[in-house]
Design a protein around this ligand. Sequence first.
Ligand code: PMP
Length: 381
Amino acid sequence: MDNKMIYLDYNATAPLNSNVRKKINNLDLNNFGNSSSVHKMGRNSKKIIENVRENILSKLQAKNYELIFTSGATESNNLAIKSFVKNNNIKAVFTSESEHASVLDVIKSLDVEKKYFKLNNNGSISLFEIENILSNLKEPFLVSLMYANNETGIIHPIKKITEIVKKYNGFIHCDGVQSLGKCELNIDDLNVDLFSFSSHKIGGPTGIGGLLVHNKAKISPEIVGGGQEKNLRSGTENFYGILGFGEVVSDIEHLNKLSYTNVKNNRDFLENNLKKLSNEIKIFGENCDRLNNTCYFAFPSMTSENQVIALDQKGICVSSGAACSSGKVESSHVLKAMKVEDKYINSAIRVSLGWNSTKEHVQKFFDVWKSDCFKKGRNHA
Ligand code: PMP
Protein backbone atom coordinates (compact mmCIF):
# COMPACT_ATOMS: atom_id res chain seq x y z
CA MET A 1 0.00 0.00 0.00
CA ASP A 2 1.13 3.56 -0.78
CA ASN A 3 2.57 4.78 2.53
CA LYS A 4 0.92 8.17 2.18
CA MET A 5 -2.52 6.61 1.95
CA ILE A 6 -4.57 6.24 5.09
CA TYR A 7 -6.55 3.04 4.93
CA LEU A 8 -9.61 2.88 7.18
CA ASP A 9 -11.65 0.25 5.38
CA TYR A 10 -10.71 -2.92 7.27
CA ASN A 11 -14.22 -4.33 7.30
CA ALA A 12 -13.90 -4.57 3.50
CA THR A 13 -10.46 -6.18 3.56
CA ALA A 14 -7.21 -5.90 5.51
CA PRO A 15 -3.79 -5.35 3.92
CA LEU A 16 -1.64 -8.50 3.84
CA ASN A 17 -0.03 -9.02 7.24
CA SER A 18 3.77 -8.71 7.07
CA ASN A 19 4.22 -12.05 8.89
CA VAL A 20 2.41 -13.75 6.01
CA ARG A 21 4.82 -12.25 3.50
CA LYS A 22 7.78 -13.34 5.64
CA LYS A 23 6.40 -16.84 6.06
CA ILE A 24 6.01 -17.33 2.31
CA ASN A 25 9.38 -15.69 1.53
CA ASN A 26 11.15 -17.98 3.97
CA LEU A 27 9.73 -21.18 2.49
CA ASP A 28 11.76 -23.38 0.23
CA LEU A 29 9.18 -23.14 -2.53
CA ASN A 30 10.66 -26.11 -4.41
CA ASN A 31 9.72 -28.42 -1.61
CA PHE A 32 5.97 -28.55 -2.01
CA GLY A 33 3.67 -30.50 -4.28
CA ASN A 34 0.00 -31.29 -4.66
CA SER A 35 -1.13 -32.28 -1.18
CA SER A 36 -2.96 -35.29 -2.64
CA SER A 37 0.22 -36.72 -4.19
CA VAL A 38 1.82 -39.66 -2.42
CA HIS A 39 5.44 -38.51 -2.91
CA LYS A 40 7.46 -36.59 -0.37
CA MET A 41 6.71 -33.15 -1.81
CA GLY A 42 3.00 -33.89 -1.76
CA ARG A 43 3.27 -35.13 1.80
CA ASN A 44 5.16 -31.96 2.80
CA SER A 45 2.24 -29.84 1.61
CA LYS A 46 -0.32 -32.10 3.24
CA LYS A 47 1.51 -31.91 6.57
CA ILE A 48 1.55 -28.13 6.52
CA ILE A 49 -2.14 -27.94 5.61
CA GLU A 50 -3.08 -30.33 8.41
CA ASN A 51 -0.94 -28.39 10.92
CA VAL A 52 -2.70 -25.17 9.97
CA ARG A 53 -6.09 -26.86 10.25
CA GLU A 54 -5.27 -28.10 13.75
CA ASN A 55 -3.89 -24.73 14.77
CA ILE A 56 -6.97 -22.82 13.58
CA LEU A 57 -9.29 -25.27 15.38
CA SER A 58 -7.26 -24.81 18.53
CA LYS A 59 -7.06 -21.00 18.32
CA LEU A 60 -10.80 -20.73 17.76
CA GLN A 61 -11.46 -23.26 20.52
CA ALA A 62 -13.37 -25.51 18.16
CA LYS A 63 -12.48 -29.04 19.16
CA ASN A 64 -16.03 -30.27 18.44
CA TYR A 65 -15.74 -29.10 14.83
CA GLU A 66 -14.27 -30.05 11.47
CA LEU A 67 -12.66 -27.25 9.49
CA ILE A 68 -13.32 -27.25 5.75
CA PHE A 69 -11.14 -24.85 3.76
CA THR A 70 -13.07 -22.93 1.12
CA SER A 71 -12.34 -20.00 -1.19
CA GLY A 72 -13.76 -17.52 1.34
CA ALA A 73 -16.84 -16.75 3.35
CA THR A 74 -19.11 -16.38 0.33
CA GLU A 75 -18.45 -20.01 -0.51
CA SER A 76 -18.65 -21.05 3.15
CA ASN A 77 -22.06 -19.41 3.50
CA ASN A 78 -23.28 -21.05 0.27
CA LEU A 79 -22.01 -24.46 1.33
CA ALA A 80 -23.32 -24.17 4.87
CA ILE A 81 -26.84 -23.07 4.12
CA LYS A 82 -27.61 -24.90 0.86
CA SER A 83 -26.12 -28.14 1.98
CA PHE A 84 -27.53 -28.10 5.50
CA VAL A 85 -31.03 -27.43 4.21
CA LYS A 86 -30.73 -30.30 1.72
CA ASN A 87 -29.39 -32.84 4.20
CA ASN A 88 -31.55 -32.13 7.22
CA ASN A 89 -35.03 -31.90 5.81
CA ILE A 90 -35.18 -28.20 6.68
CA LYS A 91 -38.56 -26.66 5.95
CA ALA A 92 -37.98 -23.08 7.11
CA VAL A 93 -34.99 -20.73 7.26
CA PHE A 94 -34.88 -17.69 9.55
CA THR A 95 -32.53 -14.79 9.08
CA SER A 96 -32.50 -11.00 9.19
CA GLU A 97 -32.50 -8.41 6.42
CA SER A 98 -29.15 -7.03 7.57
CA GLU A 99 -27.19 -10.16 6.62
CA HIS A 100 -24.52 -10.17 3.95
CA ALA A 101 -25.67 -10.79 0.36
CA SER A 102 -23.93 -14.18 0.40
CA VAL A 103 -26.45 -15.30 3.02
CA LEU A 104 -29.52 -13.38 1.82
CA ASP A 105 -29.17 -14.45 -1.82
CA VAL A 106 -28.59 -18.10 -0.95
CA ILE A 107 -31.68 -18.14 1.23
CA LYS A 108 -33.75 -16.44 -1.47
CA SER A 109 -32.76 -19.18 -3.90
CA LEU A 110 -34.00 -22.00 -1.67
CA ASP A 111 -37.32 -23.72 -1.94
CA VAL A 112 -38.19 -23.39 1.77
CA GLU A 113 -40.24 -21.05 3.90
CA LYS A 114 -38.23 -17.85 4.58
CA LYS A 115 -38.71 -15.61 7.58
CA TYR A 116 -36.86 -12.44 8.58
CA PHE A 117 -36.46 -11.44 12.23
CA LYS A 118 -37.35 -7.80 12.72
CA LEU A 119 -34.48 -5.44 13.49
CA ASN A 120 -34.95 -2.82 16.17
CA ASN A 121 -34.12 0.77 15.24
CA ASN A 122 -30.75 0.36 16.91
CA GLY A 123 -29.93 -2.70 14.76
CA SER A 124 -30.39 -5.35 17.43
CA ILE A 125 -32.83 -8.28 17.33
CA SER A 126 -35.08 -8.99 20.27
CA LEU A 127 -34.42 -12.36 21.90
CA PHE A 128 -38.01 -12.30 23.01
CA GLU A 129 -39.18 -12.05 19.39
CA ILE A 130 -36.85 -14.86 18.33
CA GLU A 131 -38.16 -17.14 21.05
CA ASN A 132 -41.73 -16.20 20.30
CA ILE A 133 -41.39 -17.17 16.65
CA LEU A 134 -39.30 -20.31 17.09
CA SER A 135 -41.37 -21.74 19.92
CA ASN A 136 -44.30 -22.32 17.56
CA LEU A 137 -42.41 -24.42 15.04
CA LYS A 138 -43.18 -28.05 14.45
CA GLU A 139 -40.85 -28.78 11.48
CA PRO A 140 -37.00 -28.76 11.37
CA PHE A 141 -35.66 -25.24 10.88
CA LEU A 142 -32.37 -23.40 10.33
CA VAL A 143 -31.45 -19.94 11.63
CA SER A 144 -28.68 -18.01 9.89
CA LEU A 145 -27.42 -14.88 11.65
CA MET A 146 -24.12 -13.05 11.53
CA TYR A 147 -21.92 -12.59 14.57
CA ALA A 148 -21.23 -8.95 13.78
CA ASN A 149 -22.52 -6.75 11.02
CA ASN A 150 -19.98 -5.61 8.42
CA GLU A 151 -21.51 -2.13 8.10
CA THR A 152 -22.62 -1.15 11.57
CA GLY A 153 -20.40 -3.53 13.57
CA ILE A 154 -23.44 -4.46 15.68
CA ILE A 155 -22.96 -7.79 17.44
CA HIS A 156 -25.77 -10.33 17.80
CA PRO A 157 -25.76 -12.36 21.03
CA ILE A 158 -25.17 -15.60 19.12
CA LYS A 159 -24.62 -17.72 22.21
CA LYS A 160 -28.00 -16.76 23.66
CA ILE A 161 -29.67 -17.11 20.26
CA THR A 162 -28.16 -20.60 19.87
CA GLU A 163 -29.56 -21.61 23.24
CA ILE A 164 -33.04 -20.57 22.10
CA VAL A 165 -32.63 -22.32 18.73
CA LYS A 166 -31.54 -25.55 20.43
CA LYS A 167 -34.37 -25.36 22.95
CA TYR A 168 -36.79 -25.71 20.02
CA ASN A 169 -34.70 -28.38 18.26
CA GLY A 170 -33.49 -26.08 15.51
CA PHE A 171 -30.08 -25.56 13.90
CA ILE A 172 -27.99 -22.44 13.51
CA HIS A 173 -25.42 -21.14 11.03
CA CYS A 174 -23.37 -18.10 11.94
CA ASP A 175 -21.54 -15.88 9.46
CA GLY A 176 -18.59 -15.05 11.69
CA VAL A 177 -16.50 -13.12 9.15
CA GLN A 178 -16.33 -9.82 10.99
CA SER A 179 -15.74 -11.32 14.43
CA LEU A 180 -12.37 -12.88 13.72
CA GLY A 181 -9.52 -10.92 15.32
CA LYS A 182 -12.05 -8.45 16.74
CA CYS A 183 -13.90 -10.58 19.31
CA GLU A 184 -12.67 -13.39 21.52
CA LEU A 185 -14.19 -16.51 20.03
CA ASN A 186 -14.82 -19.85 21.68
CA ILE A 187 -16.74 -21.80 19.10
CA ASP A 188 -17.26 -24.88 21.30
CA ASP A 189 -18.94 -22.63 23.82
CA LEU A 190 -20.95 -20.82 21.14
CA ASN A 191 -22.18 -24.27 20.05
CA VAL A 192 -23.47 -23.22 16.62
CA ASP A 193 -23.84 -25.93 13.99
CA LEU A 194 -21.93 -24.06 11.29
CA PHE A 195 -19.58 -21.07 11.41
CA SER A 196 -18.18 -19.26 8.33
CA PHE A 197 -15.06 -17.09 8.25
CA SER A 198 -12.58 -15.59 5.84
CA SER A 199 -8.84 -14.94 5.77
CA HIS A 200 -8.60 -11.57 4.02
CA LYS A 201 -10.54 -9.72 6.72
CA ILE A 202 -7.70 -10.26 9.19
CA GLY A 203 -4.68 -9.75 6.94
CA GLY A 204 -4.42 -13.21 5.43
CA PRO A 205 -4.49 -13.78 1.66
CA THR A 206 -7.72 -13.39 -0.34
CA GLY A 207 -9.37 -16.45 -1.85
CA ILE A 208 -9.20 -18.58 1.28
CA GLY A 209 -11.67 -19.07 4.08
CA GLY A 210 -13.22 -21.76 6.18
CA LEU A 211 -16.37 -23.38 7.36
CA LEU A 212 -16.51 -24.93 10.81
CA VAL A 213 -18.93 -27.84 10.85
CA HIS A 214 -20.02 -29.22 14.20
CA ASN A 215 -19.24 -32.91 14.28
CA LYS A 216 -22.93 -33.67 14.73
CA ALA A 217 -23.96 -31.55 11.73
CA LYS A 218 -24.73 -33.27 8.46
CA ILE A 219 -23.67 -31.61 5.21
CA SER A 220 -22.67 -32.74 1.72
CA PRO A 221 -20.44 -31.06 -0.88
CA GLU A 222 -21.63 -28.33 -3.22
CA ILE A 223 -18.40 -28.65 -5.25
CA VAL A 224 -17.64 -32.23 -6.26
CA GLY A 225 -14.64 -33.76 -7.99
CA GLY A 226 -11.43 -35.03 -6.42
CA GLY A 227 -12.90 -35.47 -2.94
CA GLN A 228 -10.55 -33.14 -1.08
CA GLU A 229 -11.45 -31.65 2.32
CA LYS A 230 -12.98 -34.88 3.60
CA ASN A 231 -15.03 -35.01 0.44
CA LEU A 232 -16.88 -31.83 1.39
CA ARG A 233 -15.13 -29.42 -0.97
CA SER A 234 -13.30 -30.77 -3.98
CA GLY A 235 -10.41 -28.95 -5.64
CA THR A 236 -6.68 -28.90 -4.98
CA GLU A 237 -6.16 -27.05 -1.70
CA ASN A 238 -5.02 -23.45 -1.87
CA PHE A 239 -1.65 -24.20 -0.29
CA TYR A 240 -0.24 -20.68 -0.07
CA GLY A 241 -3.60 -19.30 0.97
CA ILE A 242 -3.90 -21.85 3.76
CA LEU A 243 -0.34 -21.23 4.87
CA GLY A 244 -0.91 -17.47 5.04
CA PHE A 245 -4.28 -17.84 6.73
CA GLY A 246 -2.69 -20.06 9.36
CA GLU A 247 0.01 -17.50 9.97
CA VAL A 248 -2.41 -14.67 10.80
CA VAL A 249 -4.65 -16.89 12.90
CA SER A 250 -1.63 -17.98 14.92
CA ASP A 251 -1.44 -14.39 16.17
CA ILE A 252 -5.17 -14.02 16.84
CA GLU A 253 -4.88 -13.38 20.59
CA HIS A 254 -2.70 -10.37 19.83
CA LEU A 255 -5.20 -9.05 17.27
CA ASN A 256 -8.07 -9.51 19.72
CA LYS A 257 -6.16 -7.72 22.44
CA LEU A 258 -5.44 -4.77 20.15
CA SER A 259 -9.12 -4.61 19.23
CA TYR A 260 -10.09 -4.13 22.87
CA THR A 261 -7.35 -1.58 23.57
CA ASN A 262 -5.71 0.61 20.90
CA VAL A 263 -8.35 0.07 18.25
CA LYS A 264 -11.21 0.83 20.62
CA ASN A 265 -9.44 3.90 22.04
CA ASN A 266 -8.85 5.28 18.55
CA ARG A 267 -12.41 4.60 17.42
CA ASP A 268 -13.80 6.23 20.58
CA PHE A 269 -11.47 9.19 20.05
CA LEU A 270 -12.92 9.65 16.57
CA GLU A 271 -16.52 9.37 17.76
CA ASN A 272 -15.95 11.85 20.58
CA ASN A 273 -14.56 14.33 18.09
CA LEU A 274 -17.52 13.82 15.76
CA LYS A 275 -20.01 14.28 18.59
CA LYS A 276 -18.28 17.44 19.79
CA LEU A 277 -18.31 18.86 16.27
CA SER A 278 -22.03 18.76 15.65
CA ASN A 279 -25.23 17.18 16.80
CA GLU A 280 -26.27 16.81 13.15
CA ILE A 281 -23.96 13.78 13.00
CA LYS A 282 -25.61 10.45 13.70
CA ILE A 283 -23.55 7.43 14.76
CA PHE A 284 -25.28 4.11 14.03
CA GLY A 285 -25.44 1.45 16.72
CA GLU A 286 -23.71 3.77 19.15
CA ASN A 287 -25.32 2.31 22.24
CA CYS A 288 -25.25 -1.30 21.08
CA ASP A 289 -22.76 -4.04 21.63
CA ARG A 290 -20.65 -3.54 18.51
CA LEU A 291 -17.20 -4.07 17.01
CA ASN A 292 -14.54 -1.82 18.52
CA ASN A 293 -13.08 -0.91 15.14
CA THR A 294 -16.23 0.34 13.43
CA CYS A 295 -17.63 3.84 13.28
CA TYR A 296 -20.57 4.12 10.90
CA PHE A 297 -21.98 7.62 10.82
CA ALA A 298 -24.04 10.01 8.73
CA PHE A 299 -23.98 13.72 8.09
CA PRO A 300 -27.03 14.65 6.02
CA SER A 301 -25.54 17.75 4.37
CA MET A 302 -23.32 15.74 2.01
CA THR A 303 -24.04 12.45 0.21
CA SER A 304 -22.08 9.33 1.05
CA GLU A 305 -20.63 9.24 -2.43
CA ASN A 306 -19.38 12.82 -2.28
CA GLN A 307 -17.80 12.22 1.12
CA VAL A 308 -16.04 9.04 -0.01
CA ILE A 309 -14.75 10.81 -3.13
CA ALA A 310 -13.63 13.92 -1.22
CA LEU A 311 -11.71 11.75 1.25
CA ASP A 312 -10.22 9.62 -1.51
CA GLN A 313 -8.86 12.77 -3.15
CA LYS A 314 -6.89 13.37 0.04
CA GLY A 315 -5.61 9.77 0.15
CA ILE A 316 -8.06 8.48 2.75
CA CYS A 317 -9.86 5.20 2.05
CA VAL A 318 -13.22 4.62 3.71
CA SER A 319 -16.44 3.29 2.28
CA SER A 320 -20.09 4.11 2.29
CA GLY A 321 -21.03 0.72 3.74
CA ALA A 322 -20.56 -2.70 2.21
CA ALA A 323 -18.05 -2.99 -0.63
CA CYS A 324 -20.04 -3.47 -3.80
CA SER A 325 -18.71 -5.45 -6.75
CA SER A 326 -19.57 -2.70 -9.22
CA GLY A 327 -17.53 -0.13 -7.27
CA LYS A 328 -20.65 2.03 -7.13
CA VAL A 329 -21.94 3.64 -3.95
CA GLU A 330 -25.25 1.97 -3.23
CA SER A 331 -27.55 2.81 -0.37
CA SER A 332 -27.29 0.47 2.56
CA HIS A 333 -29.76 -2.43 2.89
CA VAL A 334 -28.66 -2.68 6.53
CA LEU A 335 -29.72 0.87 7.39
CA LYS A 336 -32.94 0.34 5.43
CA ALA A 337 -33.64 -2.77 7.51
CA MET A 338 -33.08 -0.63 10.63
CA LYS A 339 -35.67 1.82 9.26
CA VAL A 340 -33.20 4.69 9.29
CA GLU A 341 -34.46 7.88 7.62
CA ASP A 342 -33.38 8.33 3.99
CA LYS A 343 -31.42 11.52 4.71
CA TYR A 344 -29.12 9.50 6.98
CA ILE A 345 -28.97 6.46 4.70
CA ASN A 346 -27.88 8.66 1.80
CA SER A 347 -25.11 10.32 3.77
CA ALA A 348 -23.64 7.40 5.74
CA ILE A 349 -19.97 6.52 5.66
CA ARG A 350 -18.16 3.67 7.38
CA VAL A 351 -14.77 4.12 8.97
CA SER A 352 -13.34 0.74 9.97
CA LEU A 353 -10.01 0.75 11.76
CA GLY A 354 -7.34 -1.92 11.62
CA TRP A 355 -5.01 -3.31 14.21
CA ASN A 356 -2.22 -0.99 13.04
CA SER A 357 -4.34 2.13 12.63
CA THR A 358 -2.94 4.92 14.77
CA LYS A 359 -4.36 7.93 16.54
CA GLU A 360 -2.58 10.07 13.90
CA HIS A 361 -4.48 8.27 11.12
CA VAL A 362 -7.74 8.94 12.90
CA GLN A 363 -6.83 12.56 13.58
CA LYS A 364 -5.92 13.06 9.92
CA PHE A 365 -9.21 11.48 8.85
CA PHE A 366 -11.11 13.76 11.20
CA ASP A 367 -9.29 16.94 10.06
CA VAL A 368 -9.85 16.19 6.38
CA TRP A 369 -13.45 15.12 6.92
CA LYS A 370 -14.12 18.30 8.90
CA SER A 371 -12.69 20.62 6.24
CA ASP A 372 -13.72 18.79 3.05
CA CYS A 373 -17.02 17.18 4.04
CA PHE A 374 -18.44 18.84 7.13
CA LYS A 375 -17.64 22.48 6.33
CA LYS A 376 -18.28 22.16 2.59
CA GLY A 377 -21.50 20.25 3.17
CA ARG A 378 -22.71 22.89 5.60
CA ASN A 379 -21.87 25.74 3.23
CA HIS A 380 -23.85 24.15 0.43
CA ALA A 381 -26.77 23.07 2.57
N1 PMP B 1 -20.04 -12.07 5.24
C1 PMP B 1 -19.67 -10.88 5.73
C2 PMP B 1 -20.32 -10.37 6.98
C3 PMP B 1 -18.70 -10.12 5.08
O1 PMP B 1 -18.35 -8.92 5.59
C4 PMP B 1 -18.12 -10.62 3.90
C5 PMP B 1 -17.09 -9.81 3.13
N2 PMP B 1 -17.54 -8.53 2.78
C6 PMP B 1 -18.52 -11.88 3.43
C7 PMP B 1 -19.48 -12.57 4.13
C8 PMP B 1 -17.92 -12.48 2.19
O2 PMP B 1 -16.59 -12.87 2.44
P1 PMP B 1 -15.55 -13.22 1.29
O3 PMP B 1 -15.06 -11.93 0.77
O4 PMP B 1 -14.48 -14.02 1.98
O5 PMP B 1 -16.28 -14.02 0.29
